[in-house]
Design a protein around this ligand. Structure first.
Ligand SMILES: Cc1cc2nc3c(=O)[nH]c(=O)nc-3n(C[C@H](O)[C@H](O)[C@H](O)COP(=O)(O)OP(=O)(O)OC[C@H]3O[C@@H](n4cnc5c(N)ncnc54)[C@H](O)[C@@H]3O)c2cc1C
Length: 499
């Protein structure tokens, strides 16, 4: 192993990691971005559809909408930071620096602002319904050409270098090579946890690595029970694609297999109710009638959402007969507990983006606020992190006993076992008994993985190890919170049957 150094080590190359790298490099720091992605599609950022919300001239209204969507649980200080910095960060980075061509209105000069569920105003900048890739690719290209930033693809962080409550970098694995990279500051930007569930909108590598590494090193996590499920995901031959909330914003309605619209009876905002409400209703209507479709017949679907129409065509779905949808895991509101600069509870450790818990989302996230959170917190963390001094002495890495490698079949089987228990017991609706069963199942998979893990183990083993740790944190947090709020819903045994 070698011991090179960098001022700021960023783990992950989605919008949060890239914004951190930009913030730190602008301050003159040397930055290394290590990402396990082999292509831009490896980050959720690339897949983002609806867009990025800004405050425009109504910051108070924006804050109120986020707070209401969170069932009154978002943190006011975090909200102030998000909303006060939103428009300037989008203008500075996305428009002036990267030249993202957000859609304009009929005059071709001013932006077109879209609206999604639970937003009281039109405030979402977008590029058709494929905003993520139009932000992510220019961002990667810009930083790849930056002389203070090095981006290492296909490189996974497998542990943090921790000593006496301070983080000094990370253990990186690229192919079979394992390297210690020492850093003045280490920033987790490893994204979401979709791979813990059988059905998710996230890319396959979303195994919660950053949260698991932080937890192992002793950092605090928070709000882990708040896992958001997107209500309208179309799955064809096991391949899920998301149908953006913007489609419901445009007038699409949900119908069960009998052709009945069911959302008006569930919530006064019908299809535009908060995500958790719509997701549970879709799941229940699916269970009761066997099928739910998004009826897009009230407007010109292909003309309004050409990207989504193309995705339907690619998957052999005919939107004129209704797009079949189910809920799927989409976003983790909790994560590594951080302050308004992304500072975690351990010295020189930061977390930004989806792996962080800033307090913005509380128990539930308002649509199109997570790209913004990654951008705003990334810039702030990068600026703050550049001041941390690089270490002079290499940190010893505690050695784990050599693991015995599992067969591919055993590894896949263990992963599927974990996903099954998360789907059944830690999904949209939870019960105390189910959560107890889940914790038992997770511990049993964890025991297998422990015997397989050492630094030389292949990446899949490290990912399963992370997934188990995060699954356990979610199940434990869910069991500890008996109150249904936001996307954490505890089903009572005396509750009336699903309608
Ligand atoms: C289909 C879809 C549509 C969405 N639409 C919207 C939208 O319209 N608006 C909105 O605001 N939000 C949207 N979201 C949510 C939003 O895209 C994500 O929450 C956000 O992009 C997360 O950014 P991030 O930088 O934290 O993580 P990501 O973009 O997921 O990036 C994480 C990075 O970390 C890397 N990584 C992971 N583990 C490791 C490791 N161990 N070592 C090194 N690298 C690692 C990954 O390879 C990846 O590069 C959507 C999400 C999905 C999936």
């Amino acid at each position: 192993m070698t011991h090179p150094e960098t001022d700021v080590l960023v783990l992950g190359s989605g919008i949060a990691g890239l914004s951190t790298a930009l913030g730190a490099a602008r301050e003159g720091a040397s930055v290394t971005v290590a990402t396990k992605a082999t292509q831009p599609k490896g980050a959720s950022t690339w897949w983002a559809q609806g867009g990025i919300a800004v405050a425009r001239k109504a910051p108070r209204q924006f804050k109120e909408d986020i707070h209401t969507a969170s069932s009154g649980t978002s943190d006011p200080e975090a909200l102030d930071v998000l909303v006060q910095n939103a428009d300037a960060a989008v203008r500075d980075v996305l428009i002036d620096t990267l030249g993202v061509g957000f859609d304009t209105g009929g005059d071709g000069a001013s932006f077109h602002y879209g609206r999604e569920a639970a937003h009281s105003e039109d405030r979402i900048l977008h590029v058709d319904a494929s905003t993520g890739r139009h932000i992510h690719e220019p961002f990667l290209n810009y930083l790849a050409a930056h002389d203070r930033v090095e981006i290492r693809g296909d490189t996974a962080a497998i542990d943090l270098l921790a000593q006496n409550g301070t983080i000094h970098g990370a253990l990186l694995k690229s192919g079979d090579a394992v390297q210690r990279l020492h850093a003045g500051a280490t920033v987790l930007a490893t994204g979401g946890i979709g791979a813990l569930y059988g059905r998710s909108t996230n890319p396959a590598g979303a195994t919660g690595d950053g949260i698991a590494m932080a937890h192992r090193a002793g950092a605090a996590t928070a709000d882990m029970e708040f896992v958001q499920f997107h209500p309208t995901v179309c799955v064809v031959d096991g391949d899920p694609f998301l149908v953006s909330e913007a489609v419901r914003g445009e007038g699409a309605v949900l119908r069960n297999a009998e052709g009945d619209r069911f959302m008006p009876a569930v919530h006064e905002d019908a299809e535009l109710a908060p995500r958790d409400v719509v997701a549970r209703a879709v799941e229940q209507a699916h269970e009761r009638t066997g099928r739910v479709v998004l009826d897009v017949s009230s407007f010109d679907f292909a003309g309004t959402f050409p990207d989504l129409a193309a995705m339907c065509a690619e998957h052999g779905v005919d939107p004129s007969t209704g797009i079949p949808v189910v809920p799927a895991e989409h976003f983790l509101c909790g994560g590594v507990d951080v302050d308004t600069y992304g500072r975690a509870s351990l010295d020189r450790l930061y977390a930004v983006g989806e792996c962080a818990r800033t307090g913005v989302h509380g128990a539930n996230r308002l649509a199109s606020t997570s790209l913004l959170e990654g951008l705003v917190w990334g810039l702030r963390a990068g600026t703050d992190a550049q001041g941390a001094a690089p270490r002079e002495q290499p940190v010893p890495v505690s050695t784990t006993a050599a693991g015995s490698p599992p067969s591919d079949e055993a590894l896949r089987g263990a992963f599927e076992c974990l996903q099954r228990t998360m789907d059944v017991h830690v999904g949209l609706r939870r019960t105390p008994d189910g959560l107890q069963q889940a914790r038992h199942d997770i511990r049993s998979v964890e025991a297998d993985v422990k015997a397989w893990t050492d630094p030389s183990a292949r990446r899949g083993v490290h990912e399963l190890r992370s997934a188990c740790t995060v699954a356990r944190l979610i199940a434990e947090a869910a069991a500890a919170n008996e109150t249904s709020v936001g996307c954490h819903y505890m089903e009572r045994s005396d509750a009336p049957p699903a309608s």
